[in-house]
Design a protein around this ligand. Structure first.
Ligand code: B12
Ligand code: SF4
Length: 616
């Protein structure tokens, strides 16, 4: 390793996806192989076509792989080091590697792609450690789209994850080593009990930094029995989180863990709320560019809590100066050509609109995302963080996410979404917003309230990519035992309408040619006649017709086939602030305006506002 030469291989796994699983010849490596071999599915490792390619592969069924092949003919190309190890791996694999190197020698381990496993697994190998994000595609969003198209079990990513497991299982040295799986998707193997089929000995839930993880590897190497499932502790301090000194897929560098808003369905929120030290983040950024990465993305549940965790100010009032300082230093790091946002929440855009403006000034020039029909930036650049909308129903919000919009009350959630999106759009942020359809006990009124909000967004000319997914009770969350909709056949006409209305709105920027709307119309109806009609049942029919615009929504509404949405009363920012608990006012910044008459902000907030450099 350490070499800078790059190899590509456009043929990776291609033949296998056509059913011919070319297992490599049964010769082991000349040196007897590595003691520990780390790997991850090809489709979770590639990073050259942007986040959307991986998200697409998580949701599209394998029979649609040809579409991707045509759009990204070289998606299988990956860069290798001279010894055949992977040039970049998902951040989870890299942190695992760093964690193991506290105990085992670097030369005894390797991180490689599945197609290269045969180069490193030999008689010396005792552990094959797999990191996976979403191996079976049974998570939210991913599951629903494949099931709409017909095969809920085999998204493209899952197909490639299974190929990886097959390669490991059929390796001639399999009897000598244990297969240990970890990562955010490990729970899918536990829940589906696919240990035998995939050839997995143990699934680890939790972080690799844990001393229990090290002990597990020691046991496996000694040849002792290991448990099938083990839960290991999450570090509770900033310094206990490790940063790899190597290149990661998409240049992912951890920024925070946990969240703090306590949504009932959320898994990452169960982790301790930690914002990671700037020096460590910057070191990991430099390691990425040193190894040829041009892109950086900070992994977080909510970028806006960074710099405000366990301070005297509640975490939902962003630390403007700290965020500006961090992002400025990242995008100005020599070699960083692109920067992509990951997750955030929407209330901070209402709390501190000037922060959004300042961040746009810093981040837009390095954004690789262009949205020509939406962006007012001279080069049409845009920022697209992932933000949870989840529901437009206040009643449902109270049940599943009462603190989602703090400091604002969940009663004001629809107004917070509209005002937040207004600020974001003004600054060329066009977020991807997730929605949950089919929550436990969801009524028609809840779905109508969400549709009202979506129609309000449309009426106001605002834009977000709305990504509806069907409720999935994630393992270990506070809603683990709850049951919602389990098949697309069970969706009501209103739930289908919500899903199809979101997608119709998402396609707006792509329909500015004369032919696109017609192509969609014809394509959608033909697909419905041939396949979707049977799969998704009668409730799907009118929402699909609405999606394809075969007739106007008004007319379908008059015929009683769809719900047209009613205008909602949206509070202004000033009205939202007027409804805040009085002691919160001290944390708001005067330079954003809208404070109650005669209010004087606290010395700290005032000082900070004055100290801020003006960037424009
Ligand atoms: C960056 C990111 C992405 C990126 C890049 C992913 C990549 N391949 O690098 C993109 C945008 C492409 C993406 C896509 C998706 N993502 Co994503 N993503 C994240 C995010 C923000 C960070 C992931 C990360 O790198 N974290 C940092 C590393 C260090 O953490 P880690 O991977 O968990 O690794 C630690 C442990 O898991 C463990 N570990 C990891 N591997 C191993 C292996 C062994 C053997 C052991 C012992 C331990 C171990 O140790 C590590 C730390 O020490 C997380 C949220 C989060 N904060 O984690 C969501 C998250 C993981 N994603 C999620 C989802 C749902 C998806 C999608 C399905 C979304 C969609 N519908 O399209 C897709 C699936 C993609 C696919 N290929 O199938 C969910 C997972 C839910 C779940 N548990 O099933 C999360 C938690 C977001 C959320 N809030 O719900 N994602
Ligand atoms: S805001 Fe997002 S990350 Fe935070 S608890 Fe809610 S769902 Fe989880």
């Amino acid at each position: 390793m350490g070499s800078t030469q790059v190899h590509t291989n456009g043929q990776r796994n291609q033949a296998k996806s056509n059913g011919d699983l070319g297992i490599p010849p049964a010769i082991g490596p000349a040196d007897g192989g590595k003691l520990i071999v780390l790997t991850a599915p090809l489709t979770e490792t590639i990073d050259h076509a942007g986040y959307f390619i991986q998200m697409g592969m998580a949701s599209m069924p394998i029979w649609m792989e040809g579409v991707l092949n045509r759009k990204y003919p070289s998606w299988r190309d990956v860069e290798l080091n001279d010894d055949g190890s992977a040039r970049y791996m998902p951040a989870g694999t890299r942190v695992l590697e760093a964690s193991l190197q506290r105990e085992f020698k670097a030369e005894d381990m390797v991180a490689c792609l599945p197609d290269d496993l045969h180069r490193f697994i030999g008689p010396n190998t005792r552990v094959v450690a797999v990191s996976t994000h979403n191996p079976l595609g049974v998570t939210f969003a991913a599951g629903v789209y494949t099931s709409i198209f017909g095969s809920s079990k085999m998204p493209i990513n899952s197909h490639y994850a299974r190929l990886m497991f097959k390669l490991i299982k059929e390796n001639p040295n399999r009897h000598n080593f244990k297969v240990i799986v970890g990562g955010s998707g490990g729970w899918q193997i536990i829940q589906t009990d696919l240990y035998e089929e995939l050839g997995v000995d143990c699934v680890v839930e939790g972080r690799s930094e844990s001393l229990d993880t090290l002990e597990l590897f020691r046991k496996a190497i000694r040849g002792d029995a290991i448990p099938r499932e083990i839960e290991v502790k999450h570090p509770t301090t900033r310094d206990a989180i490790l940063f790899p000194d190597k290149r990661t897929t998409f240049g992912v560098v951890e920024m925070t863990t946990g969240c703090g808003r306590r949504c009932q369905f959320c898994l990452p929120d169960l982790n301790p709320q930690i914002d990671l030290p700037k020096e460590q983040i910057m070191k990991a950024v430099r390691a990425n560019v040193r190894e040829g990465n041009k892109q950086i993305s900070l992994a977080t549940e909510d970028m806006f809590i960074w710099g405000q965790v366990h301070t005297e100010t509640p975490f939902y009032f962003p630390n403007r100066e700290a965020l500006i300082d961090l992002y400025t230093d990242i995008v100005n790091t020599h070699g960083v050509e692109h920067h992509v946002l990951s997750h955030s929440t929407i209330a901070p855009a209402v709390v501190d609109p000037l922060l959004i403006k300042r961040l746009s000034d810093i981040l837009l020039p390095k954004s690789p995302i262009h949205l020509p029909y939406l962006s007012s930036h001279p080069q049409k650049k845009a920022l697209t963080p992932l933000i949870g909308l989840e529901t437009g129903s206040v009643a449902m919000g109270k049940k599943i996410m009462p603190s989602k919009g703090v400091p604002f009350s969940i009663e004001d959630w629809p107004s917070v979404v509209i005002q937040g999106l207004t600020v974001l759009n003004q600054n060329n942020w066009f977020p991807a917003m997730t929605l949950i359809v089919g929550n436990p006990d969801e009524t028609d009124d809840d779905v109508k309230a969400t549709l009202d909000l979506i129609y309000e967004v449309e009426r106001r000319g605002l834009f977000a990519f709305f990504i509806p997914s069907v409720f999935t009770p994630l393992h270990d969350t506070r809603m683990e035992m709850k049951k919602g909709v389990t098949e697309t056949m069970q969706l009501t006409p209103l739930q289908w309408q919500l899903i199809m209305k979101c997608w119709k709105m998402n396609l707006r920027p792509g329909q500015y040619s004369w032919w696109a709307p017609t192509a969609w119309r014809v394509g959608a109806v033909v697909l419905w006649m041939h396949k979707l009609r049977k799969l998704n049942g009668p409730n799907f029919k009118w929402p699909l017709f609405m999606f394809s615009s075969v007739m106007s929504e008004k007319m379908m509404g008059r015929m009683g086939k769809i719900y047209l949405g009613k205008p909602i009363k949206v509070k202004s920012r000033k009205e939202l602030i007027a409804g805040l608990k009085p002691h919160y006012l001290q944390y708001l910044r005067e330079d954003n305006g809208d404070l109650p008459e005669g209010y004087v902000s606290s010395p700290t907030a005032r000082k900070a506002s004055m100290a801020l450099p003006v960037l424009s």
